[in-house]
Design a protein around this ligand. Structure first.
Ligand SMILES: O=C(O)C(=O)C[C@]1(C(=O)O)C=C[C@@H](O)C=C1
Length: 185
């Protein structure tokens, strides 16, 4: 059976092909889903959503692994800045929701340290997918078409609500390299 927490696994097991950017988008969606756990770990503890020290650690790991994989490190960092932005979109949205509707707030608190280990593993997976998709991401028309296909089908299959779709949009804005502002390519 499909593992609900692994979008990549469930996509493969469902046999759904969502185009050449499907695996990358699935990793992005999985990271967005982990943001729900991050929010649950922090909500009600007084810990702020934003942790600049941790962000720098994440981006440092990205830069090192990108160099090792012969990916453009600045582009990889820009992509992960978008992933972090998306995570904060989700966390802020959920904090607002849980504050307004306390009965919807999580009743258990996951461990942030374990969640960050999971995020670190996702970093490696996402960098591998950036590498796998270099060619298509350089083709503006094909990339736009493939990204639309992958995000629309992924959002539908994973039943993402408006908040998580908004996060997906933020997270994928620089996937197609020609779409990125020149300074970020
Ligand atoms: O690790 C956290 O505390 C998170 O909230 C996750 C995350 C990320 O996306 O990696 C997002 C926001 C924080 O500023 C730092 C990191």
């Amino acid at each position: 059976a499909a593992t609900p927490t692994s979008a990549v696994g469930s996509a493969a097991e469902a046999g759904t092909s969502r185009g050449r950017l499907g695996p990358l988008t699935d990793g992005v969606i999985e990271r967005i889903r982990v943001s729900d756990d991050v929010a649950a770990a922090k909500f009600g503890t007084g810990s702020p959503i934003e942790d600049p020290v941790r962000e720098e650690q994440v981006l440092e790991q990205v830069r090192k692994q990108a160099v090792a994989a012969e990916l453009d490190p600045d582009a990889a960092v820009a992509f992960f800045r978008d992933q972090i932005t998306a995570s904060k979109v989700v966390q802020k949205g959920l904090f607002a929701r849980w504050t307004a509707h306390p009965q919807e707030a999580p009743t258990t608190r996951p461990d942030l340290g374990q969640i960050r280990e999971r995020l670190d593993r996702l970093t490696t997976d996402l960098l591998a997918e950036l590498k796998n998709t270099e060619r298509v991401r350089d083709q503006p028309v094909a990339c736009t078409v493939q990204l639309g296909l992958a995000t629309a089908s992924g959002a539908a299959r994973e039943r993402l609500d408006r908040l998580h779709r908004r996060a997906l949009k933020a997270a994928t804005q620089s996937v197609c390299r020609s779409d990125a502002p020149a300074g970020r390519r």
